[in-house]
Design a protein around this ligand. Structure first.
Ligand code: HEC
Length: 221
């Protein structure tokens, strides 16, 4: 009889020792699974982590992307002059020192490709120039005039305060701006000058340089 007890106790001990096998880190019972497995949409995950069924591609949007692609026409915020400049604050102050430094310190991002408009050499490509011309016609011509002589509609019919105060790009006498450096133009278009308002909110830096290409055509004519 004593042996039978010993055998039973041994069997019990052996089963106790072997029943708790290590199972690859899985918990046999998971307490409150919702605490571990997120049910809400994971914005940057393209899968639904469904704890009961495992991960599977999400189906909330038809294209299967939770983080949607940027809308068409979105500008990247890296690389290249335009993207960098467009999002950076203009570094010169709106004062006389800033205006003085702009003459030397600011350079057009465009390069001359030998394009001529009406026989006048301009420092950019035909497309850039045409964009500048269009911008000028939309925003500037009303004061500065179709010929750049300060005789736009707003200035030539006794309209105060602009009548007679818009400078002539083609002349180098008096208030004429024939020799105004491009950097100063950029500065003035950005901050405005005298009776002329700022165009910083209407035109990106690139567009300001485009319109300057067109103004330089008047200066060189
Ligand atoms: C409402 C009329 C008006 C409009 C529109 C206008 N300007 Fe002017 N602009 C002026 C006047 C007035 C001056 C002279 C400012 C001064 O020297 O006091 C001037 C001066 C300038 C100068 C010379 C700045 C300097 O440093 O001496 C530039 C360059 C210029 N404008 C560019 C533009 C461009 C580019 C546009 C269009 C995006 C534009 N302007 C639109 C009225 C206007």
């Amino acid at each position: 009889m004593r042996y039978i007890h010993t055998i039973w106790i041994s069997i019990a001990l052996i089963s106790l020792a072997t029943s708790c096998a290590y199972q690859d880190g899985d918990r046999n019972i998971e307490y409150s699974p919702n605490m571990y497995h997120s049910i809400p949409l994971e914005p940057y995950s393209q899968v639904k982590d469904d704890w009961a069924q495992g991960a599977e591609p999400q189906t909330i949007f038809k294209n299967g992307l939770n983080a949607q692609n940027a809308p068409e026409g979105t500008l990247p915020r890296t690389e290249g002059w335009y993207e960098k400049e467009a999002y950076q604050p203009y570094h010169l102050e709106n004062d006389t020192a800033g205006y003085r430094i702009s003459a030397e310190g600011l350079k057009s991002p465009f390069e001359s490709v030998g394009y001529e408009y009406n026989g006048v050499a301009v420092d950019c490509s035909a497309e850039t120039f045409q964009r500048g011309k269009r911008l000028y016609e939309v925003y500037c011509q009303v004061c500065h005039g179709a010929s750049g002589q300060g005789n736009g509609n707003l200035t030539s019919k006794g309209n105060k305060p602009f009548d007679g105060i818009v400078p002539d790009y083609t002349s180098d006498v008096g208030t004429g701006l024939k020799n105004l450096p491009a950097g100063k133009m950029f500065h003035s278009i950005t901050y405005g000058k005298g009776q002329m308002g700022s165009y910083a909110s209407q035109m990106t830096p690139q567009q300001r340089w485009e319109v300057i290409s067109y103004i330089q055509y008047f200066q060189r004519k």
